[in-house]
Write a protein that binds this ligand. Structure first.
Ligand code: B3K
Ligand code: ZN
Length: 892
């Protein structure tokens, strides 16, 4: 069952892993920082690894000018080594080696934002996955862990701040207008965790006392003018430190922990040892520029990077195929962190629902497309293409299943054993599984398939109630669709958390054969491990309604045929809030699919009152957390509805969903208005869970109200827009106004509001990103409008955040316009991918993924998508990143 991607050029395979021929003990580096030509002197002490089959000394380098190479004090002759692509091999090297390397690099020319690059005149690095080789020759692979000492030298005026990993041990003047700083990292680390930052930056700093009483220095570094936006990141950092001590007994191991924000960054943030580098999007916040979603994002990303210090840095990955070992685990930890911070059980459920929505919408789709891969892939062409929702979000679900199977304490025991065994090592996903298994005396052999098999398993449910015998049987059958290179799958070990509801919606006591009954416990985790299994319940005094896969206990699709009445009961009463929400989504999906088909058939559209009344009851149920009500009232996205169809018709789906929204708006008008009024948050802005929940329900009510064309609600939105004192309310109102299907007069007002917003925030890059995003996703924005916005003076493809705000959002989040019949959306996509490929291959490859699912569209669209893919595939100087994505798509 090998994942065979032989058709794609230069794939590397997990089975080919060979331990490094040499270990590196120490790395000493000296940087003479200059934006146009930085000189790097490196001294490596290395020793032969007697256990490796690799006899040569192997180093990797990319885009380097090599000035000097000395081995044990002697200049290396050209004939003493070979270079093939990025790989240098030195044969016949002695067992103990001191290698001195001098390289010259050009940060200001580096637009890929990998390696050492310039951002607004500052120096920034990004080394994961393979950026360190753009700084010097090195065995740049995660299993080579070494201790680093780094001296940074630069012009003192232009680069007053010089930051490195670990602790600052010396600094001073060099006399010639230049200065230096010497940093020492006391911990061994792989090269991908190396970082430096130099430039003109300011910081918010604070001394913080750890649980043990040790004092540490915390700093958040930003460009001048942004110090009024660092408090939330600092608070999130302190919360993260405390949480990891309390929940996992893990302490910060350095005396200093730094976060640096940069506006030029390929992804969210990076966990470099002691020197985390962040996209400004995940650091900067104050009420006037950041929405509630931004506040939550900052908290979770700050947590995520901080938690990597143990899950990723202290224990790292043996090779990049094991990426989910650190990423899946760290996502699980950040999800739990955010959930624990809210504290309440519905608060936890709200977080869970939000996470599952992303998983289903993005990861399930990836798992069904040409880039589908297991949580631990067997091969890749470009590792940067594998920082995916499968590695991260599905990886986190896999970790969560251990938690569900072993329980809170059992999971903690497994974590403790994992660190006791592997601190300071580079290990495999199997080592994590072994720790969980050994710490709990549980056989988790079959669980391995979650790592090796791609695809989203389907679990089909059959139930049978025998009134005379008072028995209830649930038969669960699993299957998993074929994925590239994996035509057949073996059964997974699936935890199915469940309960049984009586006709009043209450949990019934559970007596399941083979499972110990526990008094007062009305939820059970069934373990499905065969292709099909029947679970038999006794003493079932009435026909129950099964609530299965509670809290989404496994990343599977559950097929069960509920009646509308049963779903109504679950929505109104299930003690598991996740399944309550799920029941609402099932009711909605059923209707949206029917409506879509009616649109396609040209039949009249109608929405039944049962559904509307269920929504009304939820909306008006004051005992429910407003954030939870907001989730129930939000219809499945167009992308989710699309997953219900063999062949996707984006315009019909859009029309159907809009029709449903307008119906809800019309029928619930009074209820929505009162929900709006009841959930205002007057007074000083606070990003706490209660206020955020109120704003989310209020703004959902507003967006529904605006679906039913009516002047008074338009005025309400206008007032909210112009009077709002926080970005959450302002942006929600602006989105509503610009999507309003009103008269020309109102369209003029919408344009005016957009202009007003731009003028007010033109100096705030993150807000201008929102301005582009909002227009990219507006239902009236067509390809021509996107092209027009691309000529706006604030638009550039050179900055990843800006490129994403307009172009990615249009291609990924405006399906009805992107998939317009004439194919002009795809032509735009091809142009963009080709343009980005020249600037930044990683960003280009992300956009390239927008056509992954081209086979799911009608033939006339498929043809146009195929042509666009061919166009990109034929482009000159295509990066490995983009080539891998389009080659795999074309092979679908
Ligand atoms: N580990 C980094 C991601 C690096 C991506 C390289 N292309 C951020 C994170 O997951 O925390
Ligand atoms: Zn991570």
């Amino acid at each position: 069952m090998r994942n065979d991607t032989a058709a794609t050029p230069q794939a590397i395979f997990r089975k080919d892993y060979v331990a490094p021929g040499y270990w590196v003990d120490t790395v000493e580096m000296g940087f003479d920082l200059d934006l146009d030509a930085t000189h790097v002197a490196t001294r490596l002490t290395m020793r032969r690894n007697p256990d490796s089959a690799e006899k040569d000394l192997v180093l990797f380098g990319a885009e380097l000018k090599t000035l000097q190479l000395r081995l044990n004090g002697v200049n290396l002759k050209k004939s003493a080594y070979t270079i093939d692509g990025e790989t240098m091999r030195i044969p016949n090297a002695p067992d103990e080696v001191v290698l001195e390397i001098e390289t010259l690099i050009k940060p200001s020319k580096n637009t890929s934002l990998s390696g050492l690059y310039a951002s607004n005149g500052n120096f920034i690095t990004q080394c994961e996955a393979e950026g360190f080789r753009k700084i010097t020759w090195f065995p740049d692979r995660p299993d080579v862990m070494a201790k680093y000492t780094v001296v940074l030298r630069a012009d003192k005026k232009k680069f007053p701040v010089l930051l490195g990993n670990g602790n600052l041990i010396e600094q001073g003047d060099l006399g010639d207008g230049r200065h230096f700083a010497k940093w020492e990292d006391p911990f061994k680390k792989p090269s991908y965790l190396f970082a430096l930052v130099a430039g003109s930056l300011v910081c918010q700093e604070e001394k913080y006392k750890l649980g043990s009483g040790r004092e540490v220095l915390l700093q958040v570094w930003v460009e001048k003018g942004n110090l009024d936006k660092t408090q939330h990141a600092m608070d999130s950092l302190k919360n993260s430190i405390r949480w990891d001590e309390e929940r996992f007994g893990l302490e910060l191991d350095l005396d200093r922990f730094m976060i640096v924000a940069t506006s030029d960054f390929n992804m969210g943030a990076m966990e470099n040892k002691g020197l985390n580098i962040f996209n400004t999007k995940y650091v900067l916040a104050n009420p006037s520029i950041a929405t509630d979603i931004d506040y939550a994002g900052i908290e979770s990303v700050v947590g995520h990077e901080y938690f990597h210090n143990w899950t990723g840095n202290r224990v790292t990955c043996r090779d990049w195929f094991q990426l989910s070992l650190k990423e899946g685990l760290t996502v699980f930890r950040d999800q739990e962190f955010s959930a624990d911070l809210v504290g309440t059980s519905t608060g936890r459920a709200v977080k869970r629902i939000e996470d599952v929505r992303v998983l289903r919408q993005v990861q399930f789709s990836e798992d069904a497309g040409p880039m589908a891969h297991p949580v631990r892939p067997d091969s890749f062409v470009e590792i940067n293409n594998f920082y995916t929702v499968t590695i991260y979000e599905k990886g986190s679900e896999v970790v969560r299943m251990y938690y569900t199977l072993l329980g809170h304490d059992g999971f903690r025991k497994g974590m403790d054993l994992y660190f006791a065994r592997h601190d300071g090592q580079a290990v495999e996903c199997d080592d994590f599984r072994a720790a969980m298994s050994d710490a709990n005396g549980r056989d988790l052999t079959q669980f391995e398939r979650w790592y090796s098999q791609a695809g989203t398993p389907r679990v089909d449910v059959q139930t049978h109630y025998d009134a005379a015998a008072q028995t209830y049987e649930i038969t669960l059958s699993q299957r998993c669709p074929a994925t590239p290179g994996q035509p057949e799958k073996l059964p997974f070990h699936i935890p199915v958390a469940m309960g049984l509801l009586n006709s009043a919606g209450q949990d019934m006591p559970l007596h399941c054969e083979g499972y110990e009954a526990q008094a007062g416990v009305n939820s059970l985790v069934l373990e499905l491990s065969a292709a099909s299994q029947t679970f038999r319940f006794t003493q079932v005094i009435e026909q129950p309604v099964a609530s299965l896969l509670r809290n989404f206990s496994a990343p599977v699709v559950l097929n069960i045929s509920y009646s509308d009445e049963e779903l109504g009961l679950l929505l109104a009463h299930d003690s598991d809030p996740f399944n309550r929400w799920e029941a609402g989504q099932r009711l909605a999906t059923r209707r949206l699919v029917r409506l879509t088909k009616a649109v396609q058939a040209g039949e009249p559209l109608a929405l039944d009152s049962m559904f509307i009344e269920a929504l009304r009851a939820t909306l008006n149920n004051d005992t429910l957390d407003p954030a939870f009500r907001e989730l129930v009232l939000t219809l499945p996205s167009e992308a989710m509805i699309a997953e219900e169809f063999e062949v996707v018709d984006p315009q019909a789906i859009h029309t159907a969903r809009q029709f449903a929204r307008a119906q809800i708006s019309q029928h619930l008008r009074a209820d929505l208005l009162s929900a709006y009024e009841q959930h205002l948050t007057p007074g000083k802005f606070s990003p706490d869970a209660v206020s955020m929940a109120k704003r989310s329900l209020k703004n959902l009510a507003l967006s529904y109200l605006l679906e039913w064309v009516d002047e008074s609600t338009f005025e309400l939105a206008k007032t909210q827009f112009y009077d709002a004192e926080n970005m959450t309310d302002r942006l929600a109102a602006l989105a509503g106004i610009s999507n309003f299907r009103g008269q020309p007069q109102q369209q003029k007002e919408a344009a005016k509001a957009l202009q007003h917003f731009y003028k007010e925030f033109k100096k705030e890059a993150l807000v201008i990103d929102k301005w582009f995003m909002l227009q990219a996703t507006a239902h009236t924005t067509d390809v021509a409008k996107v092209r027009e916005l691309m000529t706006h003076k604030a638009f550039t493809l050179g900055n990843p955040n800006r490129a994403r705000s307009l172009t990615f959002n249009f291609c990924n989040a405006n399906p009805a316009q992107f998939h317009v019949a004439d194919g002009s959306g795809y032509a735009l996509w091809a142009e963009l991918v080709i343009a980005l490929n020249k600037i930044n291959p990683q960003v280009a490859a992300r956009l390239a993924r927008s056509l992954d699912r081209w086979k799911k569209y009608p033939l006339h669209l498929q043809e146009k998508m195929h042509a666009a893919l061919e166009k990109v595939a034929a482009a000159k100087k295509l990066s490995k990143d983009v080539a891998e994505v389009v080659t795999k798509a074309l092979a679908a």
